[in-house]
Ligand binder design. Structure first.
Ligand SMILES: NC(=O)c1ccc[n+]([C@@H]2O[C@H](COP(=O)([O-])OP(=O)(O)OC[C@H]3O[C@@H](n4cnc5c(N)ncnc54)[C@H](OP(=O)(O)O)[C@@H]3O)[C@@H](O)[C@H]2O)c1
Length: 336
């Protein structure tokens, strides 16, 4: 198989490159060479996908059986690459997101839930997450318009694992390792369903190999793990027990802790962790246990990674803020 990765050096792209090389594929990556080195043994083509000229140079280096687009974050960017590569790739696999659904993150979702309508300009006051969903919905449209049955849309929920650039699991691992009294969000039995980056990569490459068309949610099974299990695994791998203090959702909101980012993965809508991925599972998606994801991510984090990307910066609350909230929680309970 000849595979082109638009990206390939950070998180999912990197996992795709590693898996594809292991399968013996001929792997080409296309990126600017800014975010990190390519894996050895890929054919790395330097270029910027915002440049039509660079895309033309890339297209001339084909053909490929499939392209997997991890870096298509806006509609115009994906429109440009779908046009440029139309005659150079057999299948266009877009890494989209569950944010394309109108019901995300409040409602339970399945593979056929309604998708946002793409408009080039969003409504006034649109949140970053809604903008992301709108632009990815437009990206999906660009891919299906050009590639029809040669289009594959993969919609992962939260992805965790080694090299995670958002920093959600690294943040919790570091927090637990610091020990002491740890502000744990909500209640321990709150279900979560993150998917390991390597399972997303495997499904995407299988889709390329088996010429799978259509759209697929990619999440671990609903209810397959809980936030309590996740934090317990963090305690286990770091060897630091600390003291988990479960603080009620309503109290956290009252304290102004921003959902999703303030305490990573914390959000108690009924839909956020209720995404059904039946179509992918029927097509062979297998999800490894969360314990493997946490252990392997810890191996990577403890190797001394630089937690300094822009995504890391927006995550988490400070230790000082955590102590204030815990003190307020104690006072509230003392007064009950
Ligand atoms: N993390 C999650 O929980 C989650 C959930 C759902 C969906 N997703 C989706 O999963 C994907 C994650 O991808 P990733 O960041 O892990 O992929 P990646 O392929 O590992 O990293 C992004 C790549 O894009 C390249 N790139 C960025 N801008 C470029 C440009 N203008 N021209 C050429 N190359 C460019 C970067 O290299 P250079 O900077 O060197 O160019 C880098 O190689 C995204 O599409 C995201 O929407 C993520």
């Amino acid at each position: 198989m000849r595979i082109l990765l638009l990206g390939g050096t950070v998180f999912l792209g990197r996992a795709l490159a590693a898996d594809a090389l292991q399968r013996g594929y001929d792997v080409t990556t296309f990126n600017r060479g800014r975010s990190g080195p390519d894996l050895p043994r890929v054919t790395a083509i330097r270029g910027d996908r915002t440049s039509d000229e660079d895309l033309e140079v890339l297209a001339a280096r084909g053909p490929w059986d499939a392209v997997i687009d991890t870096s298509g974050m806006t509609t115009p960017l994906v429109e440009a690459s779908t046009r440029a590569l139309a005659r150079s790739v057999g299948r266009y696999i877009l890494i989209s997101t569950v944010n394309v659904y109108t019901g995300w993150p409040t409602d339970p979702l399945d593979d056929d839930s309604p998708v946002r309508e793409y408009t080039p300009v969003g409504p006034p006051g649109e949140s970053g997450a809604d903008e992301y969903g709108r632009l990815k919905a437009g990206a999906e449209l660009a891919v299906t318009t050009t590639y029809a049955s040669r289009a594959t849309l993969l919609r992962p929920g939260v992805i965790l694992g080694p090299h995670e650039n958002v920093g959600r699991l690294p943040w919790w691992l570091n927090r637990v390792q610091d020990g002491g009294r740890i502000l744990a969000p909500g209640r321990p039995d709150w279900p979560i369903q993150p998917i390991d980056v390597r399972d997303v990569a495997r499904f995407a490459l299988d889709a390329a190999e088996r010429d799978l068309a259509g759209s697929y949610n990619l999440t671990a099974p609903i209810g397959s793990s809980t936030i309590g299990e996740l934090l317990g695994l963090c305690q286990e791998v770091t060897g630091v027990k600390g003291e988990l203090e479960w603080v009620a959702d309503a109290f956290l909101r009252e304290q102004g802790v921003p959902e999703w980012v303030g305490l990573p993965l914390w959000r108690d809508y009924p839909g956020t962790w209720h995404v059904d991925a039946a179509r992918a599972r029927g097509a062979g998606l297998v999800c490894r246990p969360l314990a493997a994801t946490v252990a392997d991510t810890w191996e990577w984090v403890r190797g001394g990674i630089a937690l300094e990307g822009e995504r890391f910066a927006e995550l988490g609350i400070s230790r000082q803020r955590e102590e204030q909230i815990l003190a307020a929680w104690d006072a509230r309970r003392g007064g009950d």
